[in-house]
Design a protein around this ligand. Sequence first.
Ligand code: FES
Ligand code: FE2
Length: 443
Amino acid sequence: MKDKQNYQPFCGYHQTWKGKPDEVLTKTDSGAACGEYLRRYWHPIHISSEVGDKPKLLKVMGEELVLFQDQEGGYGLVQKRCPHRRASLEYGRCEQRGIRCCYHGWLFDRDGTILEIPGEPEDSDVVKHVKENLRLGAYPVIEFKGLLFAYLGPPEEQPAFPFYDTFDIPGMTMSPYAVQFNCNWIQVLDAIVDPVHTAFLHQSQFSDGFGKMGEIEFYNRDRIRFLGTATRRVGENVWVRVNELILPNFTQAGAAFACDGTEERYFGRSAFTRWVVPIDDETCVAYAWGNFGERGDPHEWNTPEGMQMIEQGEIVERTYAERQSSPGDIEAVEGMGRISDHEKEYFVPGDRGVKLYRNRIKKYCKDVEKGKKPPQPTDLGFDVIPTYGSDSVLPVAETENENAVLRKTNDAVMNILFANDSQCGEARDSAIIESLRLIDLDT
Ligand code: FES
Ligand SMILES: [Fe+2]
């Protein structure tokens, strides 16, 4: 369909063909290639403070599930329909331990084990048989810093819960948030490895420094880590901002408000520590912590609106006129439609990061189809996984060849970030900060 005539002036008539979405990346139901790939990882599925004493009906990767907290405080994530006669457990009751179906009162433990079958003699063969042979479909849940994470894959492949360095930065306040996007998950994920978009979309929202294109660089390390850097001059400084994706859906960047390139900053950390999780193929949620403190964003932004700004550059509830005059990420990605017609995309070098990570995900989807296990962040060999999403702003003199200066600064900063992987936590951060303070790019 992409004949030359399709790109002549006034070629609208030739472009009315419909492009197809990328079927591998966009389908996340159980059984779909990407759905199976994503089911090999832990994903956040809810904010724990928003779970009350009633069960909650959720959808994760196309699966209807019921989340509950029992009176002992434990969390359960189970399939919606009761294995007895299919009543929805969203109308169930959270008991001392487990959840009780509203219809005939069967009681289920958090792992799906049947604990009670009221109305049948406890010691009857039928009850014994049912308890031994039938279970409610359930998934393991972990509560961590206000987010609930679940693993929806095969139990025998359950990976360890990955612990990233940004989970524990001294003095950082981590506030959980969730922002829903009414489009396919891959549209939302793309933006993290797309440092070009910040220059256009986010300049007016955050600072003038964002509006400078500067030098863009991409890195792929250890098969699953993708980085996009934007290195810009702001006055007497050079600002290196590192966007980060760890497959399949973990993302970080620099600060939203704390950094505009005008003041020196050494390995300032991400405004958000975030995962993009499909609800179904046409909806997804960004679950995250907003990070506030000296090395994150200022505490004054630790508000619901502040976190919406961090997530998408704008608050969520806006009029159409407001959205048109100042579009944010949500307008950019939802405007593509519920599922973008990827076949009609046209890539340029600035889209390299998007292309790289999508191809890698597709490869892992195929691997999973063939029965191979995809790489886990915990396979990287760290107890605390070092991450790179950050801002560094260094004083660097201007020269005639500014592009070379920007590239040199970018390389120097990234080499320092990469060189300290053998240390973790505070030791790594201090070593990075010290080295950044010492580099002399003027000679
Ligand atoms: S349908 Fe749930 S107990 Fe009967
Ligand atoms: Fe963005």
